[in-house]
Every structure is written in C-alpha cells, then in structure tokens.
Design a protein around this ligand. Structure first.
Ligand SMILES: [Zn+2]
Length: 253
C-alpha cells in the first residue's frame, strides 16, 4: 500500500467520519455527521449533515482519497447531501424527503415552481415529526436535464409548451431522475421503515423497489400562485403526481 503524506492526526480526525458504501459497481464515500444549525422560519434547528461523493474506485486508504480531492475539481461537479434530524438510526418513525435540486426555486425563490416552498416545508415537517432526513439531490436539476437545458425549457414554456413538452422538445425524456445513490445512503443511515414526503408516486415506487420498508406517504402541496399554476397542473395531469390538489386547482382555473 502506498503511504499517504498526510499528517496522521488530521487523517485520524477525518477517517472517523468517512464510510464507504458499495452500490452495484460504484462506491459512495459518505462524510459526516457534521453539526449544522439551520435557520428554519426564524428558529435555529440543529441538524446533522452528511455529504457524499460517488466514484468508480474503492479506496480504503482515506489519506489517498484526501490527497486526490484537489485534483477532482469538485466545485465543477455539484455533490449531493443529506440533512438528518433526531435519532435517525433507531427511531421507529422517520419522515424522508428526496428533494431535487432547483437552482431557481431553492436559491432565488422563483415562483415558477414550488421547489423552494417544498424544501423549507419538508424540513419543517421533519422537525415537527421528530425524526427524519432531507436528501438534497444535486444531479436532479430540471428533472435531470441540467440547469442550462432548464433555462432553454423555460423559454419554450414561455412560448406555450408545458413542462413535459418542453423537456421532450429538447430531446430529453420527461423525467430521468435516479434515486439509487440516495437510497444506498439512506440504507447506510437507517434500516427501519420510513414515511416519504411526496406527491410523486415514482419516488414512492423507487424506494419500495429498493426493498426499503415504506410505511406511507405524506403529501406536500402549497405556495400555489398565478406563476406556477400551469406547472402544478402539469405535474398532476401529465407526470402522474397524485392529485391531492387537483380539485383545488380546478376551482381557480
Ligand atoms: Zn423548481
């Protein structure tokens, strides 16, 4: 084994917080827990934060992983992470949210979608329930088409296409999101059943197909406005989202 040049004290601090998860032919380095106090609707809430990196190689010498970090150019490739609340490993009940990154909604507070609202609201639901985890999935921008393509899709939407039509016009399938990495991380953190916060049956199926015990689903609708009404209707009418709000939407259309 090639010896790393790292200071052994630094290495031992970090090695305690890294685990390797094998997911089919790939490996996930999971780092955490890291204490993360979060401002949630004006109150400071303490979460435990984990971040992960997927690679094709299993490197058990953590010093060599760390030596290579600067060469990976990670800022050019956004990583996913998870915010954990409460006694996640042992508690009988836990609420899970698989949140797809949304640059415009989560960061800028765009009203064209409901992502920013769903992000904060699901964190609040998890804290109120007492135990849970919010997975923030970095390779899910624009249902998996990427930010630049999403910008083009928005132009098409301004010219009359709906979300599904716009993605398809650009040569993408409507929804190419994959949950296998997040599920592998979830299994590493908890083996007991979970309740999923979602309106999307595909997410429910992905978790169930993975063999995880999913006891149920909690819907998450809200923040409807004139700017995202068509987007929300498309989710129900074309993308198969469960229609908890369909009647409500029709009332105002
Ligand atoms: Zn969004």
């Amino acid at each position: 084994m090639i010896q790393t040049q790292m200071d052994p004290k630094i290495l031992s601090v970090l090695a305690d917080k890294i685990q390797i998860i094998q997911n089919k032919q790939e490996f996930i380095y999971l780092v955490g827990p890291i204490k993360l106090p979060v401002n949630l609707y004006g109150e400071t809430v303490s979460f435990n934060w984990y971040c992960w990196l997927k690679t094709k190689e299993a490197e058990e010498d953590y010093g060599r992983i760390i030596d290579k970090l600067s060469a990976y150019n990670l800022a050019e490739l956004q990583q996913s992470s998870v915010l954990v609340y409460g006694d996640f490993e042992s508690s009988d009940e836990a609420l899970i949210r698989m949140h797809s990154i949304c640059h415009t909604g989560d960061i800028f507070g765009s009203k064209r979608c409901d992502c920013g609202f769903q992000l904060k609201q699901s964190m609040k639901m998890i804290v109120e329930q007492g135990t849970g985890a919010l997975f923030y999935l970095a390779n899910h921008e624009g249902r998996g088409i990427g930010l630049f393509s999403k910008a083009m899709a928005y132009i098409l939407q301004e010219n009359g296409l709906d979300t599904v039509e716009a993605n398809e016009a650009l040569g993408f399938v409507d929804d190419s999101r994959d949950y296998s990495d997040a599920i592998a991380v979830l299994k590493a953190l908890r083996s007991k059943p979970v309740t999923l916060i979602t309106n999307n049956p595909k997410k429910l199926e992905a978790l169930r197909a993975s063999g995880l015990g999913v006891t149920g689903r909690q819907p998450l609708w809200g923040d409807k406005s004139e700017y995202n009404e068509k987007y929300l209707q498309t989710k129900v009418q074309r993308s198969g989202h469960l229609n908890d709000i369909e009647d409500d939407l029709h009332d105002e259309s």
